[in-house]
Design a binder for this molecule. Structure first.
Ligand code: PEP
Ligand code: MG
Length: 570
């Protein structure tokens, strides 16, 4: 049995198809006519670009726009004059053949990217090696491995699956993928998930230990790979696979169904997203809107702040894609565990208690908050955008943010720029202070969304990322549950919508309690939506009251967890 990283859920059973790239022999052959050799390189470059464009178009239609972007990344590298000029200079400067010049230059860049301690850079290294080999294959007339031609029931075993190889996969024939390299967020893992092929990555040394054609089992949910399994193992995993597929299929029947409890209580079941591309999954899993757009992701992985215009385009894209369904966009929540180097934030002694979220934004109105709020207001003309303020602790923060929004509305009016004049403004309730003041705050805002990830941390005084004290970090602690119940009650009494966008909203043991407390909206990762809909539609809110009363009579997290576990399993 081999252990690796679970990269794409499901169980794949089939025969190993060992993928080894044809060995290319690259030698520093001398050339006499450097100019002619540069022309030879240019010809190969043009052909590789054309192949990549075909792959990108094929991916876009077969899999999705987002996945096609991976090939767009290759095109960017191939069209980068810095890279190609450097290769041409190597050819003419050293009088060497194109293959060797490519080898030297691309390997230098790939090694440089690989040495950086950053997953994105690791991926760029893979991309660089991928285009290097493809250019050399074109030059030498070597056909790339034809993954598209693999027979049905193949389990691909490879060192690293390059994006261009993954792009050629026919999911009907590929039962699973195992690679020695890669991580959960590597491009091949992303593609495997998009194609819904079970995959385990980062399995060291598997190539040397598996024969081509050997029977294989890939458990992409647990990150386990078996080669030449016993009869019992085969029976066990076949049952596991059937169960996985059955559950997945069963959940599909909840697509297009309303989220209503048995006693007729309508619930909004919406998604958490981090960037506009995530909308694809929201629609795939039939999310009824977006309950939390964490905008800080737009600010990450870059060297400067996104402009108002860039933000406007991103918010507008989501609003349009959701086509009138609610889209709650949270204003920038950085600081704490989320750092953005170019923002010039100093390291706080206590980051989670420090200069974070709304505190930071109100201090940086001109360069940070105004542009974001303007972008949000302008985008509100294109859909049902709502603005949400994170980490509120006192009434002044709400009033100051709302005053700023009013000020920007006036500016837009003066300039005749369209926006939704009735735009709703709500807050995340995720601090102990906001929970205790929920009755007052409810009169000042249009909605609440409970952020249990932070609410648990601030209620229990326990750092959400500290392993040593994680035993205290439970949303089932009665202190946290009382807080949640109070927030919902205050919101409901004031007649505003109360949602939840922390992880607890999709916890099967928590859902019955939240329904009983009267939560209106549940926001979670898209892939959790159908399971939550199945649960919610199976309960009667009225009948859950007794369950919640009983749960709330216990005095420890453990007791409540045990009680709820028994309840949902009965
Ligand atoms: C939360 O705190 O529950 C929440 C949803 O926000 P984040 O995890 O981004 O802090
Ligand atoms: Mg939070």
């Amino acid at each position: 049995m081999f252990k690796g990283t679970n990269a794409s859920a499901g169980i794949g059973i089939g025969k190993a198809a060992i993928i080894k790239e044809n060995e290319l022999v690259i030698r520093p052959e001398k050339v006499i006519d450097g100019a002619a050799e540069v022309e030879r390189f240019k010809g190969a470059l043009a052909e590789t670009i054309a192949q990549t464009e075909t792959l990108a178009a094929d991916l876009a239609t077969r899999v999705g726009e987002k996945e096609a972007e991976i090939m767009q990344g290759h095109l960017m590298l191939l069209n980068d004059p810095m890279l190609t000029n450097e290769i041409e200079s190597a050819i003419t400067g050293d009088n060497v053949c194109s293959e060797f010049a490519i080898e030297t230059v691309c390997t230098m860049y790939a090694d440089m990217f690989a040495s950086m301690d950053d997953e994105l850079m690791q991926q760029r290294a893979t991309d660089m090696r991928d285009i290097k080999v493809r250019l050399q294959q074109v030059l030498q007339g070597v056909k790339p491995v034809d993954i598209a031609a693999l027979p049905e029931g193949s389990v691909i075993v490879a060192k690293d699956l390059t994006p261009s190889m993954t792009a050629g996969i026919n999911p009907a024939n590929v039962a699973g993928i195992v690679t020695e390299m890669g991580g959960r967020t590597s491009h091949s893992a992303i593609l495997a998930r998009a194609l819904e092929i079970p995959a385990v990555v980062a399995v060291p040394g598997i190539l040397g230990q598996v024969e081509d054609g050997a029977e294989m089992i890939v458990d992409g949910s647990e990150g386990v790979v078996l080669s030449a399994p016993s009869e019992e193992e085969k029976a066990e995993y076949t049952a596991k696979r059937d169960q996985f597929l059955k559950e997945k299929k069963e959940l599909e029947q909840y697509i297009g169904k309303p989220t209503v409890t048995r006693d007729g209580v309508e619930i909004e079941l919406v998604a958490n997203i981090g960037n506009p591309d995530d909308v694809e999954k929201v629609l795939q899993y039939d999310g009824e809107g977006v309950g939390l757009f964490r905008t800080e992701f737009l600010f990450m992985d870059r060297t400067a702040m996104p402009t108002e215009e860039e933000q406007f385009e991103a918010y507008k894209k989501v609003a349009i894609a959701l086509n009138g369904r609610p889209v709650i966009i949270r204003t920038l929540d950085i600081g704490g565990d989320k750092e953005i180097p170019y923002m010039g934030l100093q390291k706080d002694e206590n980051p989670f208690l420090g200069y974070r979220a709304i505190r930071f934004c109100l201090d940086r109105k001109d360069d940070v908050y105004r542009p974001q709020l303007r972008a949000l207001l302008r985008a509100s003309a294109f859909g049902q955008i709502k603005i949400m303020i994170p980490m509120v602790t006192c009434i002044e923060e709400i009033r100051e943010a709302k005053a700023l929004i009013e000020e920007i509305k006036k500016e837009l009016d003066e300039k005749g720029i369209a926006y939704n004049k009735e735009i709703k403004v709500g807050i995340m309730v995720e601090t102990a202070a906001a929970s205790l003041m929920a009755d007052v705050f409810a009169k000042e805002v249009d909605f609440f969304s409970i952020g249990t990830n932070d609410l648990t941390q601030y209620t229990m005084s326990v750092d959400r990322g500290n392993e040593k004290v994680s035993y205290l970090y439970s949303t089932f602690n009665p202190a946290v549950l009382r807080s949640i119940r109070n927030i919902i009650k205050c919101g409901r009494e004031a007649g505003i919508m109360v949602g939840m966008c922390g992880e607890a909203a999709s916890d099967p043991m928590m859902i019955p309690l939240l329904l009983a407390f009267g939560l209106n909206e549940f926001s979670m990762s898209s892939s959790a939506i159908l399971k939550a809909r199945k649960m919610i539609t199976g309960y009667s809110e009225a009948e859950l009251q007794a369950v919640a009363d009983k749960a709330m009579s216990f005095v420890s997290a453990k007791e409540i967890e045990n009680f709820m576990r028994d309840f949902i399993n009965q």
